[in-house]
Write a protein that binds this ligand. Structure first.
Ligand SMILES: [Zn+2]
Length: 276
């Protein structure tokens, strides 16, 4: 995978260098999402797919990057250690250039909510960008946890980027039996077996599981194509519900507006709002 600069108003564009010219490009937008089982998969007009875009999207969005070309040499993004830390490292090494063009954001004007059984995802109007996630697992180690932040670049890098994806031992066995997660190991996910974390070194945060849900939500919400100014709250939500939430937002013209120029130039950089 290679990150390259892109002109203002490009947005985030993925390019699969292993495909022929007409099929290589994938705009990172919710209306190109084809599948949300286990990860977020994009599909372009020629039917080609690109999987596991969410952690790279989270790193780009979390670092405040609106325009970039992401080249990748195969059908999925590298999983690395299961977090966004390696991608943030690359972005920081490369450096960031501020565009002369005004930054365009999506401002939430009305509450939008999508529900799937007990699961819920909500966007509310707020002058800050905040992301909060709560998860409830029928597992002694994960159980119920919550993580919530006013999302600035600093908060993303310090509190969210290194939270790894996770799975239960019994799920991993089931996935392998179905030919999935074949590259999965303790090197690229936290694996929980009963009340034990199998990874040497344990967890990176006491609520690493909930923080990874925040990371996923940052990446999925970036598929709006612009930063969202509003408060996100997820209860047991995942990629499917997050993408449905974006569709619900953009289907309702009264629920959002474009916000550019002065209003977004003064986004406050606030300290951490809440962790539980
Ligand atoms: Zn994830």
């Amino acid at each position: 995978m290679t990150l390259r600069p892109a002109a203002p108003d490009t947005g985030i564009l993925f390019e699969r260098t292993d495909l022929s010219n007409g099929a290589r490009l994938f705009p990172a937008r919710y209306d190109y999402v084809a599948d949300t089982f286990l990860c977020t998969t994009l599909k372009n007009a020629s039917g080609a797919t690109l999987s596991t875009v969410e952690h790279v999207m989270a790193a780009l969005s979390g670092c405040g990057i609106d325009n970039a070309l992401v080249e990748v040499s195969g059908p999925e993004l590298p999983i690395m250690d299961g977090s966004a830390e390696a991608f943030v490292f690359l972005i920081e090494c490369a450096g960031i250039v501020e565009c002369a063009a005004p930054r365009r954001a999506v401002r939430v004007l009305r509450e939008v909510e999508v529900v799937d059984g007990d699961k819920r995802a909500t966007l509310r109007p707020s002058r800050l960008r905040s992301i909060a996630c709560e998860i409830v697992y029928d597992n002694a180690r994960i159980s119920r946890q919550r993580a919530g932040f006013v999302m600035t670049s600093e908060t993303f890098k310090d509190e969210v980027a290194s939270a790894r994806t996770f799975g239960l031992m019994e799920e991993v066995d089931g996935l392998r039996a179905n030919g999935l997660a074949l590259g999965g190991s303790l090197d690229n996910a936290v694996v929980v077996n009963g009340d034990k974390v199998m990874n040497e070194g344990g967890l990176r945060f006491h609520n690493e599981f909930a923080r990874h849900k925040v990371l996923d939500a940052v990446g999925d919400l970036a598929l709006a194509g612009a930063p969202i100014i509003g408060a996100f709250e997820g209860y047991c939500s995942g990629h499917a519900l997050n993408v449905r939430l974006l569709k619900a937002l953009f289907e309702n013209d009264e629920a959002w507006c474009w916000d550019s120029g002065a209003a977004t130039a003064t986004w406050p950089e606030l300290p951490l709002a809440a962790t539980a």
